[in-house]
Design a protein around this ligand. Structure first.
Ligand SMILES: Cc1ncc(COP(=O)(O)O)c(C=O)c1O
Length: 420
């Protein structure tokens, strides 16, 4: 029997599906400033582009476009809640950013609440809190933070008026040093004393999973623009009771259940809408949800390993430069995300940043909206290094999705060849 061989069909090239966590950028521009605002992930850009033709009102129209937008907004709320491991009873409230989310919670505190923070916080988690808040000194280790909180809450429990609420407000990862704070342990301590905890996850969420339920957190705040989802949304996720009892954060359309003719004849709605008065930021919410879903679908352990390898390359390279001194609050090996602040002894940090910008490398300089912490770390860095010529402000390089070893090396080379 003769067998006729059927020629194999040529394999057609399968168009590569772009990585949803690939980031947009401009060739040649090296962005090592993710901690300020991260680049836009393709997932966010695609979700927004897909929705744009349908763009219409949210919760304000009966037409097909509006109904689709309303659905997209509420689905985004659900998706962001899922991404953050929210409990079914939690509220997921869209805000403008982390600052807005923390201010919202500050306005929702029951009367007499004492807020306990650490001096290592970003201004967004220092300034919104009421007078009488307790600010604990910056600890020298994650374990030190746990001990210090335990002692402070013990003291408060003895001295303060019993029954009045206490909120602990801490960062998940420092925007200055990248050092991670032990959020779950701090939550355990807080709960032992009947206090609640807010975690400012602005810098943690872009680098590591944040899970409200698993870590037993009461509230989490974060910003879309630091999580590869520009378009201006942030979120506050957390327990409903204080939020439903508080005056609306943005009194206005959408926040009401009933408005009568008399000036004070208003019944505010409960739920997230109570604090989202006015037309919501649909595109921001959808972008944030899309990035959350893409991160959930990704191999987070692999992403973490990649980032840590780049971070190690960066820190090792910086340590090899004779005039560079790193800022840190904890020990050199404490867990941290892809953020490093440093100074070049004898050099003005703004001038170094300007030099890097001329080499098309973007970093940040200054005190990073965490003035108490950065000033303190600069003083400690001078003592540790024995250098008397450290500048009064610092530089910060921060990495994330899309950062390459070549970009890290370009920064190191530029720092090694600063003009005289
Ligand atoms: C730790 C931390 N918290 C809060 C904020 C405030 O974020 P936003 O400016 O998006 O409100 C930042 C911004 O840098 C931050 O790094």
């Amino acid at each position: 029997m003769t067998v006729t061989l059927v020629p194999a069909l040529p394999t057609l090239p399968v168009p590569a599906r772009p990585d949803p966590l690939g980031v947009l950028g401009v060739p040649g521009e090296i962005n090592l400033d993710h901690a300020a605002s991260a680049p836009c992930a393709r997932a966010a850009a695609d979700a927004v582009a897909e929705l744009l033709p349908w763009y219409a009102s949210v919760h304000r129209g009966a037409g097909a476009l509006s109904r689709r937008c309303t659905l997209a907004y509420e689905r985004a709320r659900q998706a962001v809640g899922d991404f953050l491991g929210a409990r079914p009873t939690d509220h997921v409230i869209f805000t403008r950013n982390t600052t807005d989310a923390v201010n919202l919670l500050a306005r929702a505190l029951p009367a007499g609440t004492t807020v306990v923070t650490f001096g290592g916080e970003h201004h967004a988690n220092l300034l919104p809190w009421p007078r009488g808040s307790v600010r604990l000194p910056v600890p020298d280790s994650p374990a030190g933070a746990v001990r210090s909180l335990d002692a402070a809450l013990g003291e408060l429990a003895r001295d303060a008026r019993p029954g009045l609420p206490v909120l602990v407000a801490v960062t998940g990862a420092s925007n200055v040093t990248g050092e991670c704070w032990p959020a779950a342990e701090l939550a355990r301590v807080a709960h032992r004393y009947g206090a609640r905890i807010l975690v400012d996850a602005a810098q943690l969420a872009p680098h590591a999973p944040v899970d409200v339920t698993a870590s037993d957190l009461d509230y989490v705040a974060l910003s879309g623009h630091k999580l590869y989802a520009p378009f201006g949304a942030g979120v506050l996720v957390g327990r409903a009771d204080w939020l439903d009892a508080a005056p609306p954060y943005l009194p206005g359309g959408g926040a009401t259940a009933h408005v009568g003719a008399a000036t004070h004849d208003v019944r505010w709605t409960t739920g997230p809408a109570r604090h989202e008065g006015g037309t919501p930021n649909l595109l921001g919410a959808v972008a944030l949800a899309a990035v959350g879903a893409a991160l959930d679908a990704a191999d987070r352990a692999a992403l973490h390993a990649e980032e840590q390898a780049l971070l190690a390359r960066l820190r090792t390279g910086l340590a090899a430069l004779p005039d560079v001194v790193e800022l840190r609050a904890f020990g050199p090996d404490a867990p941290r995300v892809g953020i490093v602040s440093f100074v070049v002894a004898g050099r003005d940090s703004a001038e170094v940043a300007a030099h890097l910008a001329r080499r098309r490398i973007g970093v940040r300089d200054g005190l990073f909206c965490a003035h108490p912490l950065t000033r303190r770390l600069l003083t400690e860095a001078a003592a540790r290094s024995g250098r008397t010529d450290l500048p009064p402000t610092a530089l910060r390089a921060s990495i994330g999705l899309g950062t390459t070893a070549g970009e890290v090396d370009a920064l190191l080379t530029a720092l090694a060849t600063l003009p005289g």
